[in-house]
Design a protein around this ligand. Sequence first.
Ligand SMILES: [Zn+2]
Length: 391
Amino acid sequence: MSEHSLSFKIDAQSGEARAGVLTTRRGQIETPVFMPVGTAGTVKGIRFEALESELDAKIILGNTYHLWLRPGIDVIRAAGGLHRFMNWNRALLTDSGGFQVWSLGALRKITEEGTEFRSHVDGSLRFLSPEVSMEVQAALGSDIVMVFDECAPGQASNEETERSLNLTARWAKRSKEAFDRLQAEGADTGRLETEGLSGAQALFGIVQGAGHLDLRRHSLEQTVNIGFDGYAIGGLSVGEEKSLMFEVIEDIAPRMPRDAPRYLMGVGTPEDLIEAVARGIDMFDCVLPTRNGRTGQAFTSRGKLNVKNAQWTNDARPLDESCGCSVCRRHSRAYLRHLYISGEMLASILLTHHNLAFFLDTMRGVRQAIRSGDFPKFRREFTERLDATGE
Ligand SMILES: [Zn+2]
């Protein structure tokens, strides 16, 4: 049996862009990959059957913070882990809860030990630390676990950012120690023997450092020294300029270990994904396709389309004429607009479905283009099509 909990193989490259296969204990995932976000044990507005069959998502996310507060780990442990609780047998990645607590802002208090905050569910005082986060993620039994980190705001000063990323490094070390202990104790509910793999959870480290390149490099070095199965870039897309985000990715991604998966957390629009792939990123997650779907926004190959607009009242065309998803094959913009305006729940369901299909198809196209050597052309044409509409 291997000592590794996952394997990663790159089989094509185009500049910094890489196409490969990430093998987890719950299946193979072709990269670059977009991971739909299942915050509270559900990718909002879509059934698992659709995620599996039509959309063929190989991996989804769960949020530690939300699942810890509700239903709580006793319920999930009793159900045999999050895979069994949801009955999703493909790969799962859980975040550490750090970002959710961070986004509570004034409601939290950070100490060396961890973060104290008030639950948004019942107002109770809670405490999240590297050890607690690892314990919760072991109980969830996800296939990829994220270290507990602290996120400095995008505009943070050099000193503030340095203090924060040093704390992140100490928390990463404690995360790994707690993680190893929990694996040895058998706390991981998702353990699964798979050929060539150890059956254990995989653990990813997170590089912080806001918009300061020197600190980002320092954080990367600290993280790689501890040693993880994969590496993530955190703390981007939190209000900084887009140009700064790409500057950080362009500088940091190529310095990340070449033979480990690189994950850009919480980003972004389809064009952001393509631009980050071009700079060497393999994995993405974002709430945009689901969240914006629920507020009437569709992502299309010609840009964003707001389904509420009166201009679609009698429009018989699908959301996206070059999309082959079941929503675009069946329904018109006029009908979708009517559903949305009438407050019908089906509007959210159909828009979410199309948006996820569009994100996953885009990544399929990206992978094919890297493999066939056409990625520069794919990237150029994708951008030109978006620019042509001016919407
Ligand atoms: Zn569609």
